[in-house]
Ligand binder design. Structure first.
Ligand code: UDP
Ligand code: MG
Length: 340
């Protein structure tokens, strides 16, 4: 059953964007006129130093047919924190994170809403097909990142070339709220809840105005954040390397000893020194690995993520538990796929 009455929030983090805000709002009004009554824009001012916040306040005061709101942060926290604030605060049927620079094409919002509303898909994400706008270097590094991330993270996989631009049903938003870690790699967090999902290909245009706030150093740290928060393999791999080196060292040690016994001593002290160095090296690697095993588990625990997400409850139990989205001791359940 398709939804008739629904509200979708466009959540838009803004940092020093006075050049783009008005173009963004007028483009939304023009291109999404068919859905305007079902839409709201929630700007999050991420501690802008220019007149961004004042501009948004003017737009709110102007009262158009499009609902506009502002969440103003006390300082610059970064795009991830700004999106988190909006996800925690908005109360609508679905949210769509969007960049204010129109790099996320507004007409795609119609397609996202259609798939969510008519096909009942909970998570509709945009996939960039043509990255010809990016430099060769950027394409290579980002391709490498998705490859490494998806190999290392054994449960949560993120689709390659998907940004933050996507539609998420309320169920996903409620679940993402339960991911309490302060190191927020959003693409991973958005993929964590699961539910039905579908990718929609699109071409990413260049920024309409203003400048990008990203550079390679930030991107590198971003990639590290992502991998480290969704995999403890880099920490734990040392026990295996240690064991491997240990085994080789042991074989080599036996060989040196036998050789020394058969053909006598070439260089005095060589055999015993080699044996000690190899053996201790292996022992050290193994102990680092054991530390890694514990640290990996501690970092998992420290995140306080929910243990499970139950998508639906049916049968007699469904009559006996409270309806809607319910937070339980270590998870969350949804009574039913409500809007379908
Ligand atoms: N942004 C933010 N806080 C920051 C940096 C950026 O809220 O500290 C916002 C910015 O205003 C824009 C979005 O995040 O709406 C994407 O930023 P940008 O276009 O600079 O990134 P790019 O598209 O180059 O990756
Ligand atoms: Mg941009």
């Amino acid at each position: 059953m398709a939804k008739a009455n629904y509200l979708v929030s466009l959540i838009v983090p803004v940092y020093n964007e006075e050049a783009t805000i008005e173009i963004f709002v007028s483009t939304i009004k023009k291109k999404l006129s068919a859905e305007l009554s079902h839409l709201e824009i929630v700007f999050v001012d991420d501690g802008s130093k220019d007149s961004s916040a004042a501009l948004i306040e003017e737009l709110i005061a102007a009262q158009s047919e499009l609902k506009i709101s502002l969440i103003k942060l006390s300082r610059n926290f970064g795009k991830e924190a700004a999106m988190t604030a909006a996800l925690d605060i908005v109360n609508s049927d679905a949210v769509i994170p969007m960049d204010v620079d129109l790099q996320d094409p507004p007409e795609l919002v119609l397609e996202f809403i259609r798939i969510w509303r008519d096909e009942g898909i909970d998570h509709v994400y945009g996939v960039r097909v043509d990255r010809s706008q990016d430099t060769e270097m950027k394409r290579m590094t980002s391709g490498g990142f998705y490859f490494v991330f998806n190999r290392l993270s054994n449960k949560v996989k993120i689709p390659a070339n998907a940004g933050d631009f996507r539609l998420m049903d309320r169920k996903i938003v409620e679940t993402v709220r339960l991911l309490h870690e302060s190191n927020r790699f959003m693409k991973g967090l958005f993929a964590w809840p699961g539910f039905s999902s579908k990718g929609v290909p699109y071409q990413r245009p260049p920024r309409v105005a203003g400048n990008s706030k990203w550079n390679y150093w930030k991107l590198w740290n971003f990639a590290l954040d992502g991998i480290v928060s969704f995999s403890s393999l880099p920490l734990r791999v040392w026990s295996y390397i240690g064991a491997g080196v240990g085994l080789l060292a042991f074989v080599y040690m036996c060989w040196i000893i036998i050789e020394t016994m058969i053909s006598g001593i070439d260089v005095p002290g060589y055999a015993s020194t080699m044996c000690a160095v190899l053996f201790l090296g292996a022992v050290q690697l193994i102990s680092i690995g054991i530390l890694g095993e514990y640290l990996g588990r501690i970092s998992e625990e420290a995140k306080h993520r929910p243990v499970y997400v139950a998508q639906q409850i049916k049968g007699d139990l469904a009559k006996r538990v409270p309806p809607g989205a319910q937070h339980t001791a270590s998870g969350i359940y949804f009574m039913q796929d409500d809007n379908k």
